[in-house]
Write a protein of this length. Structure first.
Ligand SMILES: C[S@@+](CC[C@H](N)C(=O)[O-])C[C@H]1O[C@@H](n2cnc3c(N)ncnc32)[C@H](O)[C@@H]1O
Length: 256
């Protein structure tokens, strides 16, 4: 069993690799910033800020923004943009009544104990403060997960064939947030077919680490080759590789 209080085991971030293979992640969530509507002087935490592309935009609105990021390489990349970063795992507490808003994009689905993280978010918000977030939702990258599972099972590695991410339904996520003491104000699940600039191989290189941790190089290569072959229906002859993303976007407030 993975330790629920650590980031997904096997995931290794590289600031360069992330920018090249997954630069679309912050770009496609730019309109989430409209929902956040950061105001000058507001204290805002960007949970799982990565290399800080969106965090810098929150700062540009005049808010006093802090990033929370456990990965040293990504934290350094965010600091290089002039952002203050708490280098910490979100399963550990990160403040009490300290923020007007907590923002998070594409990070919560990596966290293995969501209830702990939601409780930490509720604690960190001031009364009346808001949570504005997007993450993978129910059905997200189901084809990719299934192909990885099938490729691992073909290598007789069934114990590895599990989804390392948390992709909740709107009903489950609403229940969890309410249990943490937050009032849900919006909860929306929507498909977002996502073109992959460096193809499926680039995507797997950046994101499939948790499936492949500790495998010998040759086994790793065979698993990836098999998964790529199984996924060929996600490659359009004109538009290239398109991933089957489904996003869950939600807002909630801490009662005043
Ligand atoms: C796909 S990146 C998204 C980064 C950024 N929010 C963006 O939109 O580009 C996922 C981020 O979640 C962070 N993350 C994963 N597990 C975490 C945890 N347990 N606590 C805090 N951040 C975590 C990763 O380190 C990574 O920076």
């Amino acid at each position: 069993m993975p330790d629920p209080a650590t980031p997904a085991a096997g995931q290794v971030w590289s600031a360069q690799g992330y920018a090249a293979n997954a630069g679309f992640v912050p770009l496609l969530a730019a309109d989430l910033l409209d929902t956040l509507a950061p105001q000058p002087g507001e204290a805002i935490l960007d949970l799982g800020c990565g290399d800080g592309v969106l965090t810098a935009r929150i700062a540009a609105a005049g808010a006093s923004v802090t990033g929370l990021e456990p990965d040293p390489a990504l934290a350094a990349a965010a600091r290089a943009r002039g952002i203050a970063v708490l280098e910490r795992d979100a399963h550990q507490p990160f403040g009490a009544a300290a923020y007007d808003a907590v923002f998070s994009n594409a990070a919560l689905h990596w966290m293995r104990a969501p209830e702990t993280v939601h409780a930490n978010i509720a604690r960190a918000l001031r009364p009346g403060g808001r949570l504005v977030a997007e993450q993978g939702g129910f059905g997200n990258i189901a084809a990719i997960v299934t192909a990885m599972k099938a490729a691992l099972q073909a290598e007789r590695l069934p114990e590895r064939a599990r989804n390392p991410w948390d992709f909740p339904s709107p009903t489950l996520q609403r229940e969890r947030l309410e249990r943490a003491g937050l009032q849900v104000t919006e909860m929306r699940l929507f498909p977002r077919p996502t073109p992959l600039p460096t193809g499926m191989a680039g995507w797997l290189e950046t994101f499939a680490g948790p499936f492949l941790l500790g495998l010998p190089e040759q086994t790793r290569a065979r698993v990836l080759e098999r998964a790529l072959a199984l996924l060929s229906d996600l490659q359009d002859p004109r538009e290239g590789w398109i991933a089957d993303y489904v996003r869950l976007r939600f807002t909630a407030v801490k009662p005043g």
